[in-house]
Design a binder for this molecule. Structure first.
Ligand code: GUN
Length: 293
């Protein structure tokens, strides 16, 4: 069984990005600059944004964190996005989700200039990805694609089953696995809450990508021997034996599934660390004008 090490792979990518930033600096070029907008005081969002800003520092990017009160109006937030859109020094812009309920995520997302949309959430980038044009691909699917590549997982002609159809993970993942390229050329089944015979469909998967958001949902009886299993889930569960009082588990019952899988991502240390590497990579692409020209 191959343990797909997202922690090491993400560090490799960060090292590659840091080398490129050093070259850019030596050439007197423009240092990539990411702006992150955080609305309110959601604990998880603060942690994620903090990690993104710290990673920018690690690779030598400039970063700007814009913190806004939870009661900011939609109009005011749209103005903040517009100001960043038109700021020539900023290459990438992310608005951390979720947003407070009185603000439309769709309106805010659609306000982000596609050329700076390093989260790959705008209709323009989702459309471009679907058409197999150069695009910013959302961090989680991008991170999974990169893991499959770097571990040389064969995908052509394989049956790939994706569990979960979210806009952020399942839906783009299904498109990327089906498209003509590598990784890709798989025969894809996208499953969701209305799918019947899910366990049976999963058992026919050569590649199983699980993004259902339910702790240890996938058990060994749902997995074919020799399958590649990618676990996108991340859940905190109480564990008195840990100093923190909790431990992290995924959407896959790791120990029993690992015995059957040919390759599997752990939680933590699998898909999770790859998402920040993907965001940094997209920001570098933006600074170098590699996607929109
Ligand atoms: N919230 C959870 N995941 C993400 C992400 O990838 N980007 C943003 N902006 N917010 C998120």
């Amino acid at each position: 069984m191959i343990l797909i090490d997202g922690k090491k792979t993400s560090q490799d990518i960060k090292n590659e990005i840091a080398s490129r930033v050093a070259e850019i600096k030596a050439e007197g070029g423009k240092v990539p600059h990411l702006a992150a907008v955080l609305v309110g005081n959601d604990g998880a969002s603060q942690t994620y944004v903090g990690a993104k800003v710290k990673s920018c520092e690690e690779v030598g990017f400039v970063s700007t964190l814009v913190r806004l009160e939870a009661d900011i109006t939609e109009e005011e937030l749209l103005k903040v996005v517009e100001d960043i859109n038109t700021n020539p020094d900023i290459d990438g812009l992310i608005v951390q989700l979720p947003l407070p309920k009185h603000i439309s995520v769709d309106k805010v997302t659609n306000k982000i200039k596609p050329e700076k949309d390093v989260d790959g959430f705008t209709p323009a980038n989702v459309g471009r990805m679907t058409l197999n044009w150069p695009a910013y691909v959302a961090a989680t699917p991008y991170g999974i694609v990169e893991l499959l590549k770097r571990y040389q997982i064969e995908t052509a002609g394989k049956h790939c089953v994706v569990i979960g159809r979210s806009h952020i993970v399942g839906s783009p993942m299904s498109i990327l696995m089906a498209r003509n390229g590598y990784p890709g050329n798989a025969t894809v089944t996208l499953t969701h809450s209305k799918t019947q015979n899910l366990a049976e469909i999963c058992r026919s998967a050569d590649i199983l990508i699980v993004a259902i958001g339910k702790p240890e949902f996938v058990t060994a009886d749902m997995v074919k021997r020799g399958a590649v299993v990618i676990d996108v889930g991340i859940h905190r569960i109480e564990d008195a034996s840990k100093k923190s009082g909790f431990r992290l588990i995924g959407d896959v019952k790791f120990d029993e599934v690992a015995e059957k899988a040919a390759a599997i991502t752990p939680v933590p240390g699998g898909v999770g660390p790859m998402t920040i590497a993907a965001l940094l990579y997209n920001t570098l692409q933006s600074a170098e004008k590699k996607v929109f020209g």
